[in-house]
Design a protein around this ligand. Structure first.
Ligand SMILES: Cc1cc2nc3c(=O)[nH]c(=O)nc-3n(C[C@H](O)[C@H](O)[C@H](O)COP(=O)(O)OP(=O)(O)OC[C@H]3O[C@@H](n4cnc5c(N)ncnc54)[C@H](O)[C@@H]3O)c2cc1C
Length: 406
């Protein structure tokens, strides 16, 4: 008899798993239930409408370093399905994936429509049953081992295998709790820091090539490009920090102190020595025009202003205290962070099903037979760059393979 697979959630992981399961086992009848009024909504808007589909990092050992949560568990699955496989999967369906300088990868057409069109064509080709505006409101395990779903139109649907790809849905997490699963509470990841501070006021758009950012009184830190925005600080170093420190920052209610070294090549002491040497080497030069560290000149000037160094002050006339203050501003500036903002509407949640309750060889629940998970419903998340989709493709593929082979 034909086996039935029901997938809850018509997003990235749900579609990818549906297509792979149907291809691997044409005997399987695959149904995707989506509560919204369109499929693949996040894929559509992803990457600014271009869909940053994966990242040009092909060594699983390196790849897992981009996942604050899930790195250990994803290692094995990434040997089975990693960015190489993603590129190949789309190539076989006529889609070329191209790499940008920073490693992010996009469809060569530069539009996410290419990906959503591909998924929809593949579902049609594989006779996958798509159910739109059919939210799953209840999940029941039957004595037979099958699963019964109660849908938003009150209809019932019984299936042999159930794959949950509902993303960050509290409603589904609550149902899973009732089934005995444990949910790591959801908190935001990947956000920018709100800061009101004279040092960065009016400097929006200024960026620093490599800054070292750390959260005061913790061991949490990152290095990378930093961007000043009109509401505070952003850029890869801040986004990475927000992801790695997601739980700690939520516990601090996003009120904390951020320490920045704007010149990662020097610490306070070596910076002080370099600045002090200007007294001998360039006594007649004005301090504000001696930018030893090639910082953006507006930022350097602002940090000088903050050390009360006037625009006309020469190195010969500067006091030791002011040089110390400037060195501090350059290497150990402390900023009060007061809240967070979304990064370009891209919100990623950390939290979800605790990973030790899932067998990552099959993506099957360790609590219930024939219950599988893929994508953001799991407590897995990554920094920006295409890694979140890669996790959806990888876990979706593993689940599809296990279900198809059952
Ligand atoms: C604006 C934005 C841009 C992004 N850009 C990128 C990017 O370029 N690259 C990248 O790697 N990541 C990106 N991400 C993250 C990426 O979109 C997610 O990691 C990914 O979509 C997760 O896939 P998923 O299938 O697990 O969940 P989702 O894509 O969220 O899909 C889950 C689906 O389940 C449905 N659902 C929920 N509850 C029910 C229910 N009870 N019944 C039926 N259906 C239900 C939802 O409506 C949804 O359609 C972006 C995120 C956002 C918000």
């Amino acid at each position: 008899m034909q086996k039935m697979l029901a997938i809850i959630g018509g997003g990235a992981a749900g579609f990818f798993a549906a297509i792979n399961a149907a291809e691997l086992n044409p005997q399987l009848q695959v149904h995707v239930f989506e509560k919204g009024n369109a499929f693949l909504q996040k894929v559509k808007i992803s990457g600014g409408g271009r869909c940053n589909i994966t990242h040009a990092c092909f060594d699983p050992q390196e790849l897992i370093k981009f996942y604050p949560r899930g790195s250990k568990e994803l290692l094995g699955p990434l040997y089975i399905f990693n960015p190489d496989h993603t590129i190949d999967w789309f190539r076989k369906r006529g889609i070329k994936i191209v790499k940008e300088d920073d490693g992010r990868m996009f469809p060569s057409t530069n539009t996410s429509q290419t990906i959503t069109d591909c998924f929809l064509q593949e579902t049609e080709k594989n006779n996958i049953h798509l159910h739109l505006q059919k939210g799953v409101q209840q999940i029941e395990k039957l004595d037979s081992g099958k699963w019964k779903l109660i849908l938003s139109d009150k209809k019932e649907f019984v299936c042999d295998h159930l794959l949950i790809t509902s993303g960050s849905s509290n409603q589904i997490w609550n149902m899973l709790k009732q089934l005995g699963h444990t949910i790591e509470s959801p908190v935001a990841s990947l956000f920018t820091f709100n800061i009101k501070d004279a040092r960065i006021k009016d400097l929006m758009g200024v960026s620093v090539a490599n800054a070292f950012c750390s959260i005061v009184n913790t061991k949490l830190n990152t290095a990378g490009p930093l961007l000043i925005t009109h509401w505070g600080l952003s850029g890869p170093s801040i986004l990475k920090l927000s992801a790695w420190a997601a739980r700690e920052l939520a516990a601090m209610h996003y009120q904390f102190q951020l320490k920045i070294n704007f010149i990662t090549e020097s610490n306070y002491q070596s910076c002080l020595e370099i600045l002090s040497a200007n007294k001998k080497s360039s006594p007649k030069k004005t301090v504000q025009l001696t930018n030893n560290f090639n910082l953006p000149s507006r930022l350097y000037k602002s940090l000088c202003d903050h050390a009360e160094i006037s625009a006309t002050l020469n190195w010969s006339d500067i006091s030791k205290e002011k040089i110390q203050l400037l060195a501090k501003n350059l290497t150990e500036s402390i900023f009060d962070v007061n809240g967070k903002s979304n990064f370009k509407d891209e919100f990623v949640t950390c939290g979800g099903i605790k990973l030790y309750e899932v067998d990552f060889k099959t993506m099957q629940s360790k609590i219930h037979n024939n219950l599988f998970f893929a994508g953001e419903v799991l407590n897995i998340d990554a920094v920006t760059g295409g890694f979140n989709f890669q996790s959806a493709w990888t876990t979706g593929f593993i689940a599809a393979t296990a279900i198809a082979e059952k």
